[in-house]
Design a protein around this ligand. Structure first.
Ligand SMILES: Cc1cc2nc3c(=O)[nH]c(=O)nc-3n(C[C@H](O)[C@H](O)[C@H](O)COP(=O)(O)O)c2cc1C
Length: 185
């Protein structure tokens, strides 16, 4: 078998019982053997300060190194006030700096979102896709995994219980793997 692809996943939520973190955990279980998922916790990344970008905080250095080492990126994010949560945007801003050292450059990526609301984080996903343009990331277009009414699909142990959602996550992961292989050629 070829070497396994390494996917780096992170959630745009610091909440211990985050539904989006639960989606990443479900993804780790649904991933085909040809890839593995490492989950990185954004907890501890300080607010961005451009004065510090030449002596990056340790946690940011670690984040940037993990992104660079990964073959692909998987982001699971909530929607906050119709957009990307500050925690996620802050982490992305750090990892894109200093100018000329954008860790995300050229990376294949996939997005999932979970929300307690009806639209499942759709608006945050489209804002994230816009951010990907400047980062020069190549995101999988479909399937769009937008998990609405998340509290009915993820149980109190953080386990995804909804079979339809499992199915679409699996399809997204298969697309991400195929896309990553295509971009590597
Ligand atoms: C500051 C804030 C803003 C929110 N704005 C939205 C929103 O615009 N759309 C939405 O669907 N849910 C919104 N929510 C509800 C989130 O969908 C819900 O809190 C979700 O559980 C967050 O994801 P997590 O479980 O991964 O932390 C908001 C929640 C917070 C705390």
């Amino acid at each position: 078998m070829d070497e396994q692809l390494l996917i780096l996943g992170f959630a745009g939520s610091l909440r211990k019982d985050s539904y989006n973190r639960a989606l990443l955990q479900a993804a780790a279980e649904l991933l085909p053997d040809e890839a593995k998922l490492e989950i990185f916790d954004l907890e501890g990344i300080p607010p961005f300060n451009q004065e510090l970008e030449k002596q990056m905080p340790e946690k940011v250095k670690e984040f940037k190194a993990k992104i660079r080492a990964a073959d692909a990126i998987l982001i699971a994010t909530p929607e906050h006030n119709y957009s990307v949560p500050g925690v996620l945007k802050n982490a992305i801003d750090w990892a894109s700096r200093p100018y000329g050292d954008n860790s995300f450059e050229g990376k294949p990526a996939a997005i999932m979102s979970a929300s307690t609301g009806m639209l499942g984080g759709a608006r945050a996903q489209y804002h994230l896709r816009q951010i990907f343009v400047f980062l020069d990331m190549h995101s999988v277009n479909r399937l769009e995994v937008m998990v609405n009414f998340a509290s009915q699909k993820i149980d109190e142990q953080g386990k995804l219980t909804d079979d339809t959602t499992k199915k679409i996550i699996k399809q997204l992961l298969e697309s991400l793997i195929a896309w990553t292989k295509r971009l590597k050629k």
